[in-house]
Design a protein around this ligand. Structure first.
Ligand code: TAP
Length: 467
């Protein structure tokens, strides 16, 4: 069993290292999956208590649900799915702690010495697991609804929000002490641990509810990290090194991801957790624009005719329109006509990390044509035509020019430095952050008001017609 744990751990680490490159990501994912299967088998061998049939039935049900979700859920809804999976991870850890308490009792509550090391370890890990596991569960459910675009009321504003959270925090400490020091007997143990879970669940809701919709992907990454910490803590409870390792890997990688996203938006984690971007920002109004110049796929094809360098900038709208294959086709046509075509990737374009890389990889765009923001930003000024496909916030120059903008300081792709920028989107409606985009009013910007797929298909036809 110990060798199997070691093998599973190595496969996790190897699998995760594969995720650092698009080329090896799928394989990495599969390898980590095999590691997880080995870990489950090892736990069953070690525990021996559950009947194999129950375990196999559980795995079969889980696999069918996982398969159906993976096939059915569109890529645009993947962040919601990740949020739910995190929540379930947190719930699983809470159940481990609850089951342990109800079956084994609490050492300290049963009158054992405070300095008994096992009792002390339990006294810390059990309430911690319930707290983090349940905060993860309810926080993830709120994040799920926010990502799905539901407007959720948050009754607590300003200071009252902090006082309420502090009061719940104190209640959680009191309940933890009750559980650890004074609970004995099934009824008292069950009541105190369930009340602790309830208070933690309410805290999870109150912590995530006021955070702005546009910041939800960051919150999901943070909750992902929490679910890992809860799993590691539950590993200490049941003395399972595998859970400790897997939980720590998830906890650490979730924190790294959270940090990467905050940096890409030039925000601190504290600012994300306390701010409300995307919820309260007054939605931009089409009437705020004064110098909009409209264009058509036919006119854009004429622009391409004289262009030697073209940069495509994909955003969330590309994913909505599922136009990645048409974008690749247009790129290839332009290359065949002698232009250099590159794709500029903003780290938070779309709705999840790596969203644009995944989309373009699906359309077989070669990796060496994909350039990260820092690598390509200096080149826009030497570019003839930039085509922004369904991106908005990540090309919003207000981040650079307007210190009062909610996205001030966020690094953006400097598309407005190019000779001509063509923006494909269906209307003048704002992006995820809900704010006006002064790019659309600029002298060198042309707006192509069409669905991305329709616009790109039109451009493909017109470029072919150029001969
Ligand atoms: P957004 O700013 O959300 O803009 C997307 C644009 O796509 C919209 O303005 C929309 O305009 C257009 N669109 C939607 N469907 C379309 C279709 N079928 N055809 C053509 N256009 C379509 O997207 P972005 O520039 O990719 O920025 C991402 C946002 O998410 C940022 O605010 C970022 O901070 C936030 N965020 C992302 C992440 C990650 S990890 N990706 C993390 C945290 C926050 P129309 O409705 O007019 O068509």
């Amino acid at each position: 069993v110990e060798y199997l744990y070691l093998l599973a751990t190595l496969l996790f680490v190897y699998g995760i290292s594969g995720l650092t490159r698009v080329r090896t990501a799928r394989r990495g994912n599969r390898i980590a999956g095999v590691g997880m299967l080995i870990a489950v088998v090892a736990v069953l061998l070690e525990a021996g208590a559950i009947s194999w049939w129950v375990a196999v039935l559980g795995m079969a049900i889980g696999s069918v649900i996982g398969y159906v979700l993976a096939v059915r859920v569109p890529l645009t809804a993947m962040p919601e799915m990740v949020a739910l999976l995190n929540g379930l991870g947190g719930a699983a850890s809470t159940f481990v702690a609850l089951a342990y308490i109800i079956v084994n009792g609490m050492h300290l509550g049963e009158g054992q010495a405070l300095m008994d090391i096992e009792g002390l370890a339990q006294s810390i890990t059990l309430p911690t697991t319930i707290l983090i596991g349940t905060v993860t569960l309810t926080g993830s459910v709120v994040a799920y609804y926010k990502l799905a675009g539901r407007k959720l009321l948050h009754p607590l504003k300003g200071a009252s929000r902090h006082y309420t959270n502090a009061a719940i925090g104190i209640l959680i400490i009191v309940l933890s002490l009750w559980l650890v020091l004074w609970s004995s007997g099934a009824l008292s143990l069950t009541t105190s641990s369930l009340l602790l879970a309830l208070a933690s669940g309410v805290l999870g809701v109150f912590l995530v509810l006021p955070i702005g919709g546009a910041d939800m992907p960051v919150v999901v990454a943070l909750l992902n990290s929490y679910s890992g910490i809860a799993a590691a803590a539950s590993g200490f409870i049941i003395n399972n090194p595998m859970l400790v390792v897997a939980g720590s890997l998830v906890g650490a990688s979730g924190l790294i991801l959270t940090n990467i996203m905050c940096k890409a938006m030039n925000r601190s984690l504290g600012n994300v957790l306390l701010g409300g971007i995307g919820d309260d920002a007054a939605a931009a109004d089409a009437r705020e624009y004064k110098h909009i110049k409209e264009t058509t796929p036919e006119e854009v094809a004429m622009l391409f005719d004289g262009a030697t360098s073209v940069i495509m900038v994909p955003g969330y709208g590309l994913a909505v329109a599922q136009a990645q294959h048409t974008l690749r086709e247009l790129g290839e046509l332009l290359e065949a006509r002698g232009a250099t075509v590159r794709y500029a990737i903003h780290p938070v374009a779309g709705r999840m990390p790596g969203h644009m890389n995944v989309l373009l990889a699906e359309a077989d765009v070669s990796y060496d044509k994909l350039f990260e923001m820092d690598k390509i930003n200096g080149d826009f000024k030497n570019t003839d035509v930039v085509v922004v496909v369904g991106a908005n916030d990540v090309v919003n120059p207000a981040a650079r020019e307007d210190p009062s903008s909610p996205i001030a300081g966020m690094p953006i792709l400097d598309v407005d430095h190019a000779q001509t920028v063509v923006v494909i989107k269906r209307s003048l409606s704002p992006g995820y952050a809900g704010i006006r985009n002064p790019l659309f009013d600029k002298e060198n910007c042309l707006m192509c008001f069409l669905d991305a797929k329709e616009a790109l298909q039109g451009m493909v036809t017109e470029v072919k017609a150029l001969g």
